[in-house]
Ligand binder design. Structure first.
Ligand SMILES: Cc1cc2nc3c(=O)[nH]c(=O)nc-3n(C[C@H](O)[C@H](O)[C@H](O)COP(=O)(O)O)c2cc1C
Length: 324
């Protein structure tokens, strides 16, 4: 049995890990080979002080990257045992992965891995077709498999209540000049390895929209191109809200997103009601549940789209120096 991961195994798996989503596509992660184990860290140099002062978003993104890394290693026949937050004195290290007993990948691992390169945030209006019960069930199972919950918000009044919380959080954030300036720094009108390409940012919001779109400088909509009237809104949550809970939630988020992609569904994320503490509490109350909401999602059948750019793998890797 392999007792150590190699630089080649790490490089191959990191190519999948970096496809994870991140706030404003900042890609706040690093991957290091230490004593034959792989360490995933948040990169403090790629934080968003105004949008993400507590580092919640960076830990969600690193958790999502960790999920892709786990899948890639499993599909290569070298699955990992994962320890979260292995060094209390170094909170930037979110996980350490060491080789587990080699085995063949499961069909679920294979299909989720196959979805990594097809997933993207789809901020455009979806078709009005409802999401079938079987797909809804799979999405909930995906969250549960990663120790989190997924609440599908059912019924017009429940969706309206969540939408109202999201819109008020959006208004609070839009009044903060530092938040607005930080977002503007990550909108890309020219090809770039990070940030949100203007073409991926979704259309400009309109007063009649139910859910608030984070503005990424998108185009105006053609008349009549409204958002779907009855979106499937889902809230992902975790038992608590420690750093470890947020890393778990990041893994669960990615599992839900890949499960959706595999089922032919599109997703866009809305985190304004998570980022404003009072809104997060109002969201939790409106769902009537214990635990902490970690992400709001709009799920449905969307138009085809394209994956957004990522920095090269070499830029996020730290390999041991081989003595000359
Ligand atoms: C923690 C977190 C919060 C996010 N919040 C939003 C959001 O509020 N609005 C939005 O349109 N996208 C949001 N996103 C999606 C990112 O902007 C997106 O993942 C990133 O631009 C990369 O694009 P991709 O998802 O197409 O790969 C969020 C992603 C993460 C991980």
């Amino acid at each position: 049995m392999t007792t150590e991961y190699t630089a080649e195994q790490l490089r191959a798996a990191v190519a999948d890990a970096v496809r994870a989503p991140s706030l404003h596509n900042t890609q706040p992660w690093r991957f290091r080979l230490v004593d034959g184990g792989i360490e995933v860290s948040v990169d403090p140099l790629r934080g968003l002080p105004a949008t993400d002062p507590t580092g919640w978003g960076a830990r969600i993104a690193a958790g999502a990257a960790l999920f892709n890394l786990r899948l890639a290693l499993a599909v290569a026949g070298t699955p990992a045992t994962v320890r979260l937050r292995p060094y209390p004195a170094d909170p930037d290290v979110v996980a350490r992965l060491v080789p587990d007993v080699p085995r063949r990948p499961t069909p679920v691992e294979q299909s989720l891995h196959g979805a990594i390169s097809h997933r993207f945030s789809n901020r455009a209006p979806f078709w009005p077709d409802p999401v079938p019960a079987e797909a809804r069930w799979r999405l909930g199972e995906a969250a549960r498999a990663e120790q989190c919950w997924l609440e599908l918000v059912i019924g017009t009044s429940a969706v309206n209540a969540v939408a109202e919380v999201a819109r008020s959080a959006h208004r609070v954030l839009e009044r903060d000049p530092a938040y607005v300036a930080e977002r503007a720094q990550w909108i890309r009108s020219e090809p770039a390895p990070d940030g949100v390409p203007a073409g991926a940012g979704g259309p400009q919001s309109e007063p009649q929209d139910l859910l608030p779109q984070r503005g990424f400088g998108g185009r105006n909509r053609a008349p009549g191109r409204d958002f779907e009237p009855e979106p499937l809104v889902a809230v992902l949550g975790s038992a608590g809200n420690t750093s470890a809970d947020q890393i778990l939630a990041g893994q669960a988020l990615q599992r839900v997103l890949l499960t959706a992609t595999d089922a032919g569904l599109s997703v866009s994320m809305l985190s304004q009601p998570i980022e404003v503490p009072a809104a997060r509490e109002a969201l939790r109350m409106s769902l009537g549940r214990f635990g902490t909401p970690q992400m709001v999602m709009r799920i449905g059948y969307g138009q085809p789209g394209r994956a957004t750019p990522r920095r090269p793998v070499e830029e996020v890797l730290d390999l041991p120096v081989v003595p000359a």
